[in-house]
Design a protein around this ligand. Sequence first.
Ligand SMILES: [Zn+2]
Length: 79
Amino acid sequence: MKPEPKVKCPTCRKEGDWFAGRNGPFCSQRCKLIDLGKWFNQENAISEPLRPEHLEKYADLPSGEHLDRADTDDKNQAT
Ligand SMILES: [Zn+2]
């Protein structure tokens, strides 16, 4: 039989044949849960979807093009 390829645990970067284990590709259940927790946290961070109302408050701001120009002018003055 071919030996299992070594992989790095995505959580702690420890190398081993983790795919062979029941927590693969994680080295342990602990690392697996830590990674799952990360995903859940990310989902919480973007839990509020962007809606048109959110953009309305930016409608009165100058366009991005204008802001870019102002930024360039600042750099030219600095040099
Ligand atoms: Zn690990």
